[in-house]
Design a protein around this ligand. Sequence first.
Ligand code: SIN
Length: 597
Amino acid sequence: MKKRYLFILVTVLAVTACSSFRSGPKTEPAAEITTMAAFHAEMSGCQTCHADGSKVTVSDSENHENEQCVSCHGGYEKMANAALEFDPHTSHLGDINCTTCHKGHDAPQFYCNNCHSFNIEAMPFADVPKKAAWDRDWNQEAIQKAIAAGPVEKTDVVVVGAGSTGFNAALTAERKGAKIILFEKAPFTGGNSMLAAGGINAVGTPQQAKKGIKDSVDWFVEDTMKGGRYKNDEKLVRIMAEESADAVKWLESLGVNLDGLKRSGGARVQRTHAPANGASAGPQIIQTLRKVAKREHLDTRLNSRVEKLVLNDNREVVGVVVHGKHSGYYMVAADAVVLATGGYGMNKEMIAWYRPTFAKMTSSNNITATGDGIIMAKEIGASMTDIDWVQAHPTVGKDSRILISETVRGVGAIMVNTDGKRFVNELTTRDRASDAILKQKEGYAWLVFDEQLIAKKKMVRGYEHLGMLKKADTVEGLAKMTGMSALPETIKAYNAYQSTGKDLAFGRSDMPLNLTKPPFYAVRVAPGIHHTMGGVAIDPDSEVLDLQSWPIPGLYAAGEVTGGVHGFNRLGGNAIADTVVFGRRAGAHAAEYALKK
Ligand code: SIN
């Protein structure tokens, strides 16, 4: 049976079974029905999806509608369908809302195709693959009207953006006793953090002690400063290093497993903490934060884009204007606002302006990384730090938006050019590795590894599933398949270096694996925009600074929206450390400020 029909049949059976518990007429779907809304209305009326079919009001988060989907069809795990080649219901995005893709009254949106190019036809009432567009213009007239109408609600702290930074800020502020609203413009939470493959850098953890790894706050600071070309704000770096072990402990206390320890580029020892089973860290962290937020009834509003920071006559931040998917523009009064909106890696205009040489580069970022916080903070006179520093990650799958984690090299992969020759220390910093790749004659490279690595890094199975890997039983076979004629020689030499622990070619100090166990694999990689190091200037309390370096009262920021922590180049594993350490700091200071008012 064709996949498309199989999927629709399952849907019809599930809905029919469910509707027998509801009131209203049961009829077969008419042939001309073209939307999900019409299909469900035929069966039981609008209340199949909405709370009250006679007077439909839909909240921006669409919580009720999503709960209705799950109550009939089951959750993500139940919907997983082994018959599909790529099943969106087993996505790395985790348990996201049904209405992210399935639209009642519109054509469905294949949300995953914002990053992938799946040829998925199986969506009920599929029409054309539609992409989300978050970098559209803001409606200044509607914003001004909302301000003139005054606040419709009042809270202590508004947090803008529900990635790792936003969740950590909101949960911390709430524990301080503040009333919070967490706004997220996407139809589900997670931001860029949800895509973070590597892990969180920390020093002085039980994980490091167990492996006998000697490390220190000073080393963490030095590595980060050196990686950032000494352009980082050292005060901020030291805070991140000092509070990193506590950040790991906090995540673990919420339920995240961070027992795996690896080395990321630019770090002198293993300090990147990730799940023990080799899975990507970001999805696990976000899935846990989502669960905790739900359990603690954190007021989280989806499909709600904050588009303006509102100031009073004393130039204190006193609220925000929100653009809700269903509710339109409205103002919320707040004593403090935390910007946790992430970077601008997906805002083409900003990239072209600040880093024109990267204008045509692919990006590993979530489509929501459009620099909203930077734009809003600039509008009210915030100062920017290193705003034009953008990081290219050396190993984004060529012609894709899929990041091949640096930890794949950390665990043992080598990097070679199209002739099959190594050309750089694989674990150098990202800027150097990216430059080296771009200097190769084809402007791309291959990562090469064997079955031993796959056994250690579960995430690599995901790349295989996506059809990104070339695979052969022998090194010679892989060389032939990929045209890398020098590969057998290169691997022979590398294995010799690995056995003595001395890389005579490029001085790579960490070579955990040789390449001896078939099958052998290769994946094409090229640099892609990964992190925007610059952003809003903050002080150690996460207060946003104005052009004279005075704090803007009531405004806090943390994570990728800020500049200063990473200098000109961020080290792998420092982004999540930044989001947790400074997210918690921003939440705590914003709550204290708000509660004193
Ligand atoms: C990676 O795993 O390569 C990305 C992790 C990071 O950017 O910190």
